[in-house]
Design a protein around this ligand. Sequence first.
Ligand SMILES: NC(=O)c1ccc[n+]([C@@H]2O[C@H](COP(=O)([O-])OP(=O)(O)OC[C@H]3O[C@@H](n4cnc5c(N)ncnc54)[C@H](O)[C@@H]3O)[C@@H](O)[C@H]2O)c1
Length: 257
Amino acid sequence: MEQQRKKIGLIGCGTIGSRIVKRVTEADAADIGFICVRNVERVKDLFPGIPVFSDLSEVKNHDVDLVIEAATAEVVREVAMDILAKCDFLPFTMTGFADEEFLNQVKKQSEEYGNRIYIAHGAVLGLDGVADGQRVIEEVTIITTKPPKNLDVSEDTSGVIYEGPTRPACKDFARNVNIHAAFALMGIGFDKMRSVVISDPTSKKMKTEVNVRGEGLEWNINITSTPVGAVSGNYMPESAASTVLRLLGANAGITLA
Ligand SMILES: NC(=O)c1ccc[n+]([C@@H]2O[C@H](COP(=O)([O-])OP(=O)(O)OC[C@H]3O[C@@H](n4cnc5c(N)ncnc54)[C@H](O)[C@@H]3O)[C@@H](O)[C@H]2O)c1
């Protein structure tokens, strides 16, 4: 049975958002109802014909099936409740969900209106494993190593700059530990999960190590990528765009669950 064509809206059109618009347009996978960004003129030139505006309060006036966020944690906080009152929400900035009060409000809103919050695996692999193994997993640690400029710290900062539970890391490194937040949310929680952030001035790459352990199970995943923006690595925009296409049901035939 053919799925009904969807209408989507985007908040943020930088490294991640622009790849999503490009691939959705190329695949003719959905109608794009709006793009909300800071730099309106640049995005109007890039994607003519799509309504573009900068005022976040306008988002709730547009009727779409799904709003995708690729902007900032502050933006998620500002728009999540209004979006969930109207449609589904796919945020790529996850760190704001470490605020328990906000997370509970958002969950309640989603249940009340029957709209979903989708959590993408984003830049790292293995979120499916942690979510599906939640009941038997005991320990999750993510170690993020980035060049100092991608961590917003001074150029000569070297070594471990954070080690501890994931919840405070989400506050202190809101732009850099989205993966940690996604794993905490779908796995063992923000207080039980451990985060390590390392600044490496000798490297031009971003590295993520995911270590998972439970009774009778253990896995370790290493991901390395080259930065393509201030905070995103080379794999991230492609991963995000493919997740969006999957949600839109654009790939007929065999597809990832
Ligand atoms: N989930 C993950 O695995 C993962 C990985 C990398 C990045 N991220 C997060 O995704 C988000 C986007 O990353 P990016 O690399 O595309 O960033 P980017 O800086 O390239 O783009 C950000 C976009 O957000 C827009 N924006 C910012 N504030 C806004 C506001 N108040 N109103 C409207 N638009 C606003 C900007 O105009 C820009 O278009 C960031 O929060 C980043 O931390 C998540």
